[in-house]
Design a protein around this ligand. Structure first.
Ligand SMILES: Nc1nc2c(c(=O)[nH]1)N[C@H]1C(S)=C(S)[C@@H](COP(=O)(O)O)O[C@H]1N2
Ligand SMILES: [Mo]
Length: 381
């Protein structure tokens, strides 16, 4: 395989895997992809495994680092091989194994991804098109060091300047790197928590490790003085003010919070009101209303659970996380939390619950993720 072929092959594969990977984590890319998100996830998982296996298993040809190293290629170039191998290993860790493995893999995968972006930018800069030297005749005579070996003879008609095609190709590569560089702080935020600002951006204040998703522009800022929780479907609708809600009895559970795209935050302590007990207390008859639908103050996101799912998983209407009120980015003042189901069930900025004879199919379920969001119910492999 020629030098050029090899580079093109890497560019295509990396492009595919890196861009689909970023689409899974970055909230703006996610919403832009919409119904294609589950497809992007499949492409990322399959593509990543194939590419990682090809690079590691076929490294002699696809990534001939030992040979190039011996030939005196810069050491940092070879480093890319280890970053790709690291991404492959942590990527598999995200797909299999217990929560602890996945939580470690989450941080590792983000760290390797950020490092790979930095490495790619370095690679682009190190190999940017250079002005080819002027023909020998034009070199000022005084520049020749005494005793320096005679430079190899060059074609007399070589024109000085940057080869146009190389320049265009390089500019294309650099343009592709821009969104990746812009997104790198988010990845580093997942690694270093608050080191580079809370993950996900400016006013998020999310707990480190979480990726504070939203499908609208920004996070709704809810005022406790005007906040109401509404319960519909049981005769006249019930409403709770924040003060009234404080009289409900709280329960606490410590969980591993897990998104369908792989990331896990271990040992999160949620406090809230048991959904089933609360509904039953207000006259819910599961046989009459086998669906419970949930609505968000963001006006877009929805979720639903069947009576059977509620029975089995005992979700809570959470108002605290690790003993404090929820951060704005993470659903202040109330979110659902559904144990043993992927994070997309845990609707944020919850302000209305409706018991119904029909299901309001959830935001991500409409876009291809399973309604029965049990851990393990979705993965490209
Ligand atoms: N209103 C609303 N709720 C939401 C989402 C969202 O975009 N909007 N994203 C869901 C997804 S896919 C996940 S993984 C979790 C993420 O929780 P976090 O924002 O606390 O990290 O929230 C879920 N609840
Ligand atoms: Mo998610």
């Amino acid at each position: 395989m020629s030098f050029r072929q090899r580079h093109w092959r890497h560019a295509w594969w990396l492009g595919l895997v890196v861009f689909t990977g970023f689409a899974l984590y970055l909230t703006t890319w996610r919403s832009a992809l919409g119904p294609l998100l589950p497809v992007a996830q499949d492409v990322h998982e399959f593509g990543g495994i194939l590419y990682g296996a090809a690079v590691v298993g076929w490294s002699g040809r696809l990534y001939p680092w030992p040979a190039r190293r011996a030939a005196g290629a810069p050491g940092f170039t070879q480093f890319g091989f280890f970053l790709i191998a690291g991404l492959a290993v942590t990527g598999v860790g995200l797909l299999v194994g217990p929560s602890l493995t996945r939580a470690i893999a989450t941080v590792g995968h983000a760290a390797f991804a950020a490092a790979l972006v930095i490495w790619t930018v370095w690679h682009l800069l190190a190999h940017r098109p250079r002005v080819s030297p002027a023909p020998r005749d034009a070199t000022p005579a005084g520049n020749a060091r005494p005793g320096a070996p005679e430079p190899a003879p060059r074609a007399r008609d070589a024109k000085p300047g940057i080869p146009r095609r190389a320049l265009l190709r390089w500019m294309g590569g650099a343009a592709l790197a821009v969104p990746l560089v812009a997104a790198t702080p988010t990845l580093l935020g997942m690694v270093g928590g608050r080191l580079l600002g809370a993950s996900g951006g400016s006013d998020s204040g999310a707990r480190s490790g979480f990726v504070p998703y939203t499908v609208v522009n920004g996070f709704p800022h809810v005022d406790l003085a005007t906040w109401r929780l509404e319960l519909d479907g049981l005769g006249p609708s019930h409403r709770w003010t924040w003060q009234e809600w404080q009289r409900e009895s709280m329960q606490h559970l410590t969980v591993n919070f897990r998104c369908v795209t792989g990331w896990v935050v271990p040992d999160v302590r949620f406090g809230g009101v048991n959904l089933e007990a609360w509904l039953l207390h207000h006259g819910w008859k599961p046989a009459e209303h086998p669906w419970v639908n949930f609505f968000s103050a963001d006006g877009v996101y929805t979720e639903s659970l069947s009576a059977a799912q509620i029975r089995q998983h005992q979700p809570i209407l959470a108002t605290t996380m690790d003993g404090q009120l929820l951060p704005v980015a993470q659903g202040f003042p109330m979110r659902l939390y559904v144990p043993r189901m992927y994070g997309y069930k845990s609707i944020k900025w919850l302000n209305r619950v409706e018991v119904s004879s029909r299901e309001e199919i959830g935001f991500w379920e409409q876009r291809g993720y399973p309604e029965n969001a049990y851990y393990g119910s979705y993965s490209g492999i």
